[in-house]
Write a protein that binds this ligand. Structure first.
Ligand SMILES: [Zn+2]
Ligand SMILES: [Zn+2]
Length: 430
């Protein structure tokens, strides 16, 4: 087959993909790769295949394509391609919850790209998401701050949406639900207006952001007690995801519906939803969502008198997955669930020990408020992030903040001049 024919096949794949004919597109690209000689065309075709695999939840394939891209970038010795390939490789590792590798590859992407390129912003986002996985929130905030700045410079709305949504995730982890909701609302609003103006070639990506940000509204709404609002969001996201076979979002929606049902004491329905989601997430190697689903299932099972043994077994798997990911907050949550089980069995000494283990994890995650030294994120609370990215209880920093209105002041933790330190993230949604 001539190289011109091969190029045409790649383009046909793109057309099929735009028409949502995903499997046919993947087949075209895979066949065209077999006889492709042009390394640059190979690189971009692997990029299409990587993105398609990611959309279908085939995260291991996504990783394999990224590795092949790295080889080509080295072979033709092109730093732009290196940066792009490392970015894909870092995202693949982040999605597989291999967070240390993801951080290291996103550093390589930063290193090989020029400071003005948008790859920088996306690499910082992968880094931020990975640090969320590792519960290192100060690092998350530093990365988001820089990424938000780049998104404004480039007027890149998708990057901005991603920043705001990750910021919502930070507040969710810290259990400040109103702030989590505010950031997710903002992310969703921008994704809607972005989709309204999207040109045809970006329509797929824009609509993906719309359903993702819609889904992300559901959890803070549920935790604030608005079950109807949460259900509406998740149903809309599910409908959009099902219509085009977006398995990653479908699986996450199932977990979310499980959570909403559990919060309303419909534990049997909740268990069925989690049980449907778990094999899907396992198949996608999405260990983060998989662990969340197992934690939800354990909580639902514990409400029934007969399911305790099953709950204990699933909890053990959840804890070992959380530990293998290095996610301290999920480990702590597993310990706290275990404490509940042990206390109900009157095994008080063991219960005390696992509670201590949980508290140690909060301490290790640097989630003690610098003023009162109590853990943040253990229960619902108002949290304040200063422009230096340090985190406090709202009530602990409130008096200081009021005094600061007219004069520059130093952060109690790092002594940086808070009013004048440049931070976008602290100002993004206030
Ligand atoms: Zn405090
Ligand atoms: Zn500070």
């Amino acid at each position: 087959m001539g190289q011109r024919m091969i190029r045409r096949q790649v383009d046909e794949g793109l057309e099929l993909y735009a028409e949502k004919n995903y499997d046919a597109a993947i087949k075209k690209w895979t066949i065209s790769l077999q006889k492709m000689k042009d390394n640059r065309l190979r690189f971009s075709t692997l990029g299409y295949l990587a993105a398609a695999s990611r959309d279908r939840g085939r995260n291991k394939d996504y990783l394999v394509y990224a590795v092949q891209q790295i080889d080509i970038a080295h072979e033709i010795d092109d730093n732009n391609l290196r940066a792009q390939a490392y970015l894909t490789l870092s995202r693949a590792n982040e999605m597989l919850a291999d967070y240390f590798k993801a951080v290291s590859y996103s550093r390589s992407a930063l290193q090989y790209s020029a400071p003005t390129e948008s790859v920088q912003g996306y690499a910082l986002l992968v880094m931020a998401d990975s640090y969320i996985g590792l519960c290192n929130f100060n690092k998350v905030l530093e990365c988001l701050d820089k990424a938000l700045c780049i998104s404004h410079e480039h007027e890149d709305h998708l990057m901005e949406i991603h920043v705001l949504s990750t910021m919502g995730k930070v507040f969710l982890a810290l259990k400040d639900f109103p702030k989590a909701l505010a950031f997710q609302r903002r992310a969703h609003e921008i994704s809607l207006s972005n989709a309204a103006y999207a040109v045809e070639e970006n329509a797929n990506v824009s609509s993906k952001f719309v359903r993702l940000t819609k889904l992300k509204l559901a959890t803070p709404l549920r935790l604030m007690g608005d079950f109807d609002g949460a259900t509406k969001c998740v149903e809309e996201a599910m409908k959009a995801a099902s219509s085009i076979g977006d398995r990653p979002v479908q699986a996450k929606c199932l977990v979310c519906i499980g959570d909403i049902q559990r919060s309303q004491n419909n534990n049997e329905v909740a268990c069925k939803k989690y049980e449907a989601a778990i094999p899907m997430l396992q198949d996608m190697n999405d260990r983060y969502s998989y662990t969340l689903a197992m934690i939800g299932l354990v909580k639902a099972l514990l409400e029934s008198d007969t399911q305790k043994q099953t709950a204990i077994e699933i909890l053990a798997t959840a804890l070992s997955t959380a530990t293998s990911m290095g996610n301290k907050l999920m480990q702590a949550r597993c310990h706290l669930l275990n404490e509940r089980i042990l206390s109900s069995d009157n095994r008080l000494e063991e219960a005390r020990q696992v509670k201590e283990a949980a508290e140690r994890l909060y301490q290790e995650a640097d989630l003690l408020c610098p003023i009162c030294q109590k853990a943040m994120g253990m229960q619902s609370d108002h949290i304040q992030i200063l422009t230096c990215t340090h985190i406090f209880h709202q009530r602990c920093i409130k008096d200081l903040l009021q005094k600061w209105t007219h004069q520059a002041q130093a952060c109690p933790k790092c002594n940086k001049n808070v009013l004048f330190s440049r931070s976008y993230i602290a100002l993004a949604c206030t």
